[in-house]
Design a binder for this molecule. Structure first.
Ligand SMILES: Cc1ncc(COP(=O)(O)O)c(C=O)c1O
Length: 415
């Protein structure tokens, strides 16, 4: 290998004065578009479940870059794969075959129901590809009238115009009207509402196996099975958005495995690159061959570097059985929080699966709890006034889970 992570870090920081949290925030405020309501911290280093900010303070990370670093921050095998590939070949274009892309596609298909993969760079792009795929498939297998996509209220599918329209939350898409036509939203976990919406204009149903951003909502045990049956009966594609639930997060390798079904199409991103940007749209059956040369493309999609990172991250997830660890650690957090409920009145309940958990608060104190946790060195994420998301790296140990629970207990009592 021609570069080591340490050597690279030394070269990068040599001679450059390090900025502190406040200086980084000021620079961001001056030069970066204000699209994010940012918290007053800038992390500069990470290892496993730990992060360090620019003022040198250490944190336990119960957010994992929003479910991204499943393998933990800077997993040595991911870092090594990136350094090796970066020093060998980063990009050539999809005009040519790309070995790491082919290898990652094989790995993903071998461990899922998919037969073919399209690579892109993010979750929104993966869902955008799935939407285009469904409409192309409908043109081939259903007829020109079937262009509609049904999605769920409270879902989140991304920020491009099509995916933000698919997203069943007006706060995200209303300011960007006129929105692309062909999207309908139905209540999640309501099979009758879905059945009523699935007329002959519909080509696909797109759902999250567990709603993540929209509030960590786990559907009823039988719901997804009935969705699958409906899609089969009406010859409609079932697209599952596994951008957040995929690759071990919920305690199974893929969210659909909780429900004993297989989607026709599913999408991945977030954890796929171990922290490096990459997305994927995966399909089986006639959906896998609906997109033909010229139908869809991405300059950067599936490049050597992203796919080398992806292969390393997925191999770590598989070989270290991080889905199992997520199930065990998720249960530990859940048990700890339910025990806490007896003595901490602010804890109302816990929902979710594996390490995608929602901590329900009995009062609208999410912002305060999040802030006190931060002061005490724990990163959690407020999803609503009365809901905190806990989504630690999947490599979390029992000691780290207990440490996080203790900080949470102190914070919940302090506010
Ligand atoms: C379920 C789901 N789909 C899609 C996206 C969009 O992914 P990205 O931000 O990588 O475009 C997200 C992001 O949070 C997500 O949670």
């Amino acid at each position: 290998m021609r570069c080591s992570a340490k050597q690279q870090l030394q070269t990068e920081t040599k001679g450059r004065p390090a900025l502190n949290n406040a200086e980084i925030a000021a620079l961001t405020g001056k030069y970066v578009m204000p699209t994010y309501g940012r918290l007053p911290l800038a992390f500069v280093r990470g290892e496993g479940c730990r992060l360090w900010d620019a003022d040198g303070k250490m944190y336990l990370d119960f957010l994992a870059g929003i479910s991204v670093v499943g393998t933990g921050h800077c997993h040595p095998r991911v870092v090594e794969a990136i350094c090796r590939q970066a020093a060998t070949l980063m990009h050539t274009s999809n005009l040519f075959h790309i070995e790491p892309q082919a290898r990652l596609a094989e790995l993903l298909c071998t461990h899922s129901c998919a037969e073919k993969v399209f690579f892109c760079n993010s979750g929104a792009e993966a869902n955008e590809a799935a939407i285009k795929l469904a409409r192309k498939w409908a043109g081939l297998h259903k007829g020109p009238q079937a262009r509609g996509i049904v999605t769920a209220l409270n879902s989140f599918h991304g920020r491009t115009l099509a995916t933000v329209t698919a997203t069943g939350q007006e706060k995200y898409n209303k300011p960007f009207a006129p929105l692309p036509p062909g999207f309908t939203h139905v209540p999640y976990d309501d099979i009758d509402a879905l059945a009523a919406a699935m007329d002959e204009t519909v080509c696909a149903v797109m759902l999250e196996p567990i709603i993540a951003e929209g509030g960590v909502i786990v559907p009823d045990e039988g719901y997804m099975g009935k969705v699958r049956e409906l899609c089969d009966e009406r010859h409609v594609l079932l697209i599952l958005d596994e951008v957040q639930t995929g690759l071990g997060r919920t305690g199974k390798l893929f969210g659909y495995q909780h429900w004993g079904i297989e989607p026709d199409v599913f999408t991945l991103a977030k954890a796929l690159g171990g922290g490096f940007p990459i997305g994927a749209c995966l399909a089986r059956g006639d959906a896998a061959t609906a997109l033909e040369p010229g139908n869809h493309a991405s300059t950067f999609g599936g490049n050597h570097l992203a796919c080398a990172a992806g292969e390393a991250a997925v191999r770590v997830i598989l070989e270290d059985d991080l889905a199992h660890n997520a199930a065990v650690m998720g249960q530990r957090l859940r048990d700890g929080l339910l025990t806490m409920r007896k003595s901490v009145p602010l804890v109302a309940g816990v929902r979710g699966r594996g390490l995608l958990l929602g901590l329900e608060l009995s009062a609208p104190k999410g912002t305060e709890v999040e802030a006190v946790c931060r002061e005490r060195g724990l990163i959690v994420n407020k999803l609503g006034d009365d809901l905190l998301r806990l989504a630690p790296p999947l490599v979390m140990t029992a000691a780290e889970a207990d440490e996080g629970l203790e900080i949470l207990r102190e914070a919940l009592l302090a506010v």
